[in-house]
Structure formats: C-alpha cells, structure tokens
Design a protein around this ligand. Sequence first.
Ligand code: SMG
Ligand code: MG
Length: 370
Amino acid sequence: MKIEGLELRWASLPLVGAFRTSFGSESRRDLLLLRLVTDQAEGWSECVAMAAPVYSPEYLDGAAHVIEHVLFPEAAALSDPDVHAVSCAMQRFHGHQMAKAALETSFLDAELRALDLSLARYLGGAVDRVASGVSVGIMDTIPQLLDAVAGYLDQGYVRIKLKIEPGWDVEPVRAVRERFGDEVPLQVDANTAYTVGDARQLAKLDPFDLLLIEQPLPEDDLLGHAQLAKLVRTPICLDESITSAKVAADAITLGACSIVNIKPGRVGGYLESRRVHDVCQAHGVPVWCGGMLETGIGRAANLALASLPGFTLPGDTSASDRYFHRDVTEPFTLENGHVRVPTGPGIGVTPVPEILRELTTETRWLPANG
Ligand code: SMG
Ligand code: MG
C-alpha cells in the first residue's frame, strides 16, 4: 500500500441535549476526522479525544498536533506501512493513545477496504448485532432524570447507565429502581469523582443490585480500587484506568476490577482493544464497549469490536439519535435494543459528503512525502 497523504478534518456537531458528567457538561461534540489516502483505498477514522483534557490528558488539538508532527511522519516513512508496522512504529512515542488509535484505525480501515474484509470479521466478531445500553447524564432534578430514563426504556435500550458524582448517587439510583423496578439492568459511572474514603457512601448503592460501578476513583489508583472492591458488593468496572492490555492484566491480578470497559481510543486502537479483550476473557472477566460520543465513523468501528465473544454486557453503543440530530454517516438505529454491526469492508461506513461539507470547520492535507 502506497500512502499519498492524510487529511485532517475538524467539525463540530451540536448534541441533542447537554450531557453532564462529574467532570463537566458538554453541549457540542467537536470532531477530528482522519481520511488516509492510499493507492488502493481510503481509510476513515475519528479521534475520540474531547475538546478539553477533562476525561483524560488528551485533547483534540493536541491530538491533531501529535498526529501531524510526530505520528504520521513516522508512519509515512515506513517502506511497507501495513497496520501492524504502523502500530509498532508508534510505540516508541509515549502516551497519546487517542491520537495513535485514530491514525492506526485510518490505516486499518484502508487496508481492510483494499482486502474487501470487514473490521468485525478481521477482529473475530461472532454476532451481527449488539445489545445496546445508554448513558444518562447528571440532571438538575430527579423528575427530569426519570423522564429521560423513561424515554430511553421506551426506545428499547436494554441497559441504563447513570452518571453519578458526590451528591448525585444514592438518590437517583433509588428513584430509578422505585419507578422502573429491579429488573432493569442498571449501572453507574463516577468518572473518578470519589476517593477510597467514600467507601461507606458507595456501599449504600449495594442494595440496588447494580451491574457495576464504573471508575469510582482516580485513574492511577488501582490499589484504591482493590481496597474499595473489598468494601462494596457492587462489582467494580474500570474505564479511565485501563490504558493497555498490560494495565488490564495488572488491575485484574490486583483485584481492582471484575469487569472492564474497553474504549479503543483509550488503549491506543483496535489491535490493543482485542488484546485487552483476550486478557479479560482468559481471566473470566466480562468486558463491554465504552463510548466517547462518537459519530457514525467511530461508532461503526466500536460495533465491530463489540461483536467479539467476550463482550457479554451491553455497551455504550447507542443509536446515532442518542447524541445527534444528524450524524455524519447514515445513522445507526436501535432495533429491539440492538444495533447492527456493519458488514461492508473496513469500518463499513463513510461520511455523507454533503453533511460532512456542511459541518466541517477546517481541513488540512498532509502529503506523505511532506
Ligand atoms: O458514547 O454513549 C457514549 C458516551 C458514554 O458515558 C459515556 N462516556 O466515562 O464512559 C464514560 C463517558 C466518557 C465521555 S463523557 C463526555
Ligand atoms: Mg466511563
């Protein structure tokens, strides 16, 4: 495969409603899309970093900078830039998993399109649709939350995840259980908002029979999570902490988690995501696919990953209309609580040109021999 160049494209999409987590409120999704042009096929990807470094240390413009000045020049200089060579070449640079994931995925997509092979088949996907959950933000009042949850259950989502923070934890969970019953698969996500000293408060969630509590403590506190796991009955799931298959293995061995959220951006790409899946599967640890408010480009690839056999819990793989009035691709829809895994070559989707043109705020072309 001969690389001609890489197009970086910035865009911005309004969300259907503000999405509040313990680290802030988002009303737009700023996007960085990549289009790799080769002599055989084009490869699309989406960088999942947020506009500001509030979920993790990465942020969109920082990711664009490291892709332009560090990662892409390294990849473009390879004599045979297949996706594994690109992935290996990027390893000497520390961190920047989301930037690496975006670049690696553009190579993976181009390569698979040239081979006429879908990402799901390439990764080892076993199903043609995946059960989808929905992530529900922190709200101003409990009635607002109950209305939102009622709407999602009506749409057919098979699992509800409530964002929590100190002051918004036991009461919203209790209210959802009282209104919708004990049968609704329910979990919470704290996005690192607690300390191990809050164990007693978090143990108050135990009677509500949650599937899991996601990332209660700071990302670097594996030991704290292991201590907390002994103090609460609700299973602990890690998100922000799991930055590689090695960290997943460490966390499991330490007893810091019994469930893992896999986000390809957070671990550096789909190849590493598969390794995280394999490590967890070998330990009998269930995994599920996280979300970063992706457009159809990132969502398509996540659905392929979520079709692997170790993904036994519903993911944050909601339909496009959970976040966007108009997606950049043909929208993904919910059918009986499930979303279809794309079957076309590569990630299986491309942006709709007119929509993309309308939403784009800036593009930059990086020639391979630049
Ligand atoms: O794409 O459905 C989605 C988002 C799911 O809650 C979600 N993601 O910590 O898991 C998480 C958050 C990270 C992004 S919050 C702005
Ligand atoms: Mg999370």
